[in-house]
Design a protein around this ligand. Structure first.
Ligand code: MG
Length: 452
């Protein structure tokens, strides 16, 4: 089990499980192995300024020069890290977590979250008490830099601005009081779109809705889409890497359906290419990829796993089922503003309503469950599950995934962040998926109690 890093960065409750001391030493440890020039950015949480000072201090203490990019979306920091040729980046954010949380995401020189092996190295240094400190005359380097404009220009360069302008698309945008307001509405305007916003003011207490956009908390956006007759709605999470869409009728689109639609569009123009996604994603991704002669590259769960697989295997399109769209020609990381521009491009090309384009995709019913299991038993339970569970096709990429003859599947994996096993299942009908997931929920629960 990881001690600091979870599925995506280090997270905790402010002044309880994540403190100034932790962020300072963590940033120093990261800085000591990433290199000399490090980008630093933060979201708009109340505690983010506090941890910005902590990270800046930690980085400088090991002789790094801090390139402070201020308040901005995570993908903008990632873009800036790569395009300013820096050695790495640190983003102070707890992404979609509640306001009392904060966290640290660490990027490599390519702007992508560092691989697990580097996380382990940073943890090793951290738990040894921190890295060696720089001498007195090597500290104190900090410069403020502006990357938001450069980032917006980058996003715009990947779509046909003229074509989108001529299509007269209307977009309703819900940035959920998060930092997406700094990029998405302006990019949409520069695409010639008519833009309507809701929950726009930056507010680290997230007063309007949870910073994680979900079908159950997007009522405001759904109403706005209908009232403004928008072609689609876009909802972003707290640091604007994840994007959920609402169709022109006001229905929230599940993340893997919008991902599949965008993947399908990408593959129409790049037939035969591979698409990277995690094993928890819907078979719909596989359907559209194979339709165009391509192949899915399955990865462990977690956005950094997908991004790293894209880099390593030269894959240009990827994503995850919770609203993470990764467009490699721009950058192989989740990017909500880029996803919005791609959706506008797709609609401008197809000249059809989003709901109609989505209805042409295959449909699967999905279900998720969780089974409590103390962290110390997870390994043994998983070993037992892998030994005893049988299916026509079994995959052990992350946890254990069982594929059945009728196309249904169930995935059981230990959570990287909570003392639970997560279950994901998919089948052609709701009733089938519910009985499948219930069956395996009780199998896993039995296994957990037998191991304890
Ligand atoms: Mg996020």
């Amino acid at each position: 089990m990881k001690d600091l890093f979870g599925t995506n960065g280090v997270r905790g409750v402010v002044n309880k499980t994540i403190t100034v001391g932790l962020v300072t030493r963590l940033s120093a440890s990261a800085g000591s192995i990433l290199g000399e020039n490090i980008a630093l950015g933060r979201d708009a949480r109340l505690s983010s300024l506090l941890f910005r000072y902590a990270a800046a201090a930690g980085l400088q203490s090991v002789g790094c020069k801090v390139h402070d990019m201020g308040v901005l979306p995570t993908p903008t920091l990632q873009y800036g890290t790569k395009h300013l040729d820096l050695d790495g980046g640190i983003m102070i954010t707890a992404s979609h977590n509640p306001p009392e949380f904060n966290g640290v995401k660490v990027m490599g020189s390519d702007g992508v979250e560092i691989p697990r092996s580097l996380e382990d190295k940073i943890e090793e240094i951290y738990f040894k008490g921190g890295p060696d400190l720089a001498s007195w005359n090597q500290v104190g380097n900090l410069e403020e830099v502006e990357v938001i404009e450069r980032y917006k220009t980058g996003v715009l360069s990947h779509v046909d601005v003229q074509e989108i302008r001529e299509s007269g698309i209307k977009i309703a945008i819900d940035t959920g009081n998060g930092v997406g307001v700094l990029t998405a509405p302006d990019v949409a305007k520069r695409l010639g779109c008519k833009v309507y916003t809701i929950n726009a003011p930056l507010d680290g207490t997230f007063p309007s809705r949870d910073s994680e956009p979900r079908p159950d908390n997007l009522g405001g956006l759904q109403d706005l889409v209908k009232a403004s007759d928008a072609d689609f709605g876009l909802a972003l999470d707290g640091d604007a890497d994840r994007s959920l869409f609402v169709d022109e009728q006001g229905s929230v689109v599940w993340g893997d359906r919008s991902l599949a639609l965008l993947a399908n569009w990408y593959l129409e123009n790049h037939p035969g290419e591979r698409v990277a996604t995690c094993v928890s994603s819907s078979s719909i991704i596989e359907d559209v990829t194979e339709r165009h002669g391509g192949e899915v590259h399955w990865t462990c769960v977690g956005a950094p796993e997908v991004s790293r697989a894209m880099v390593k295997n030269n894959i240009h399109f990827g994503g995850e089922e919770n609203g993470g769209v990764m467009y490699g020609p721009h950058q192989p990381v989740r990017d909500g503003t880029m996803a919005m521009a791609l959706m506008a491009q797709l609609l401008a090309k197809e000249k059809a309503p989003l709901s109609k384009l989505l209805s042409e995709l295959p449909f699967y019913a999905q279900s998720k469950r969780r089974v409590p299991c103390e962290n110390r038993y997870k390994e043994e339970v998983l070993r037992e599950l892998r030994r005893t569970l049988k299916a026509p096709r079994v995959e052990n990429i992350d946890g254990v995934k069982l594929h059945f003859e009728d196309g249904s599947w169930v995935l059981v994996r230990p959570s990287g962040t909570e003392p639970v096993f997560r279950l994901y299942a998919e089948a052609s009908k709701k009733s089938e998926v519910e009985s499948l997931v219930e069956e395996y929920q009780s199998i896993v629960a039995k296994k957990v109690s037998s191991v304890r």
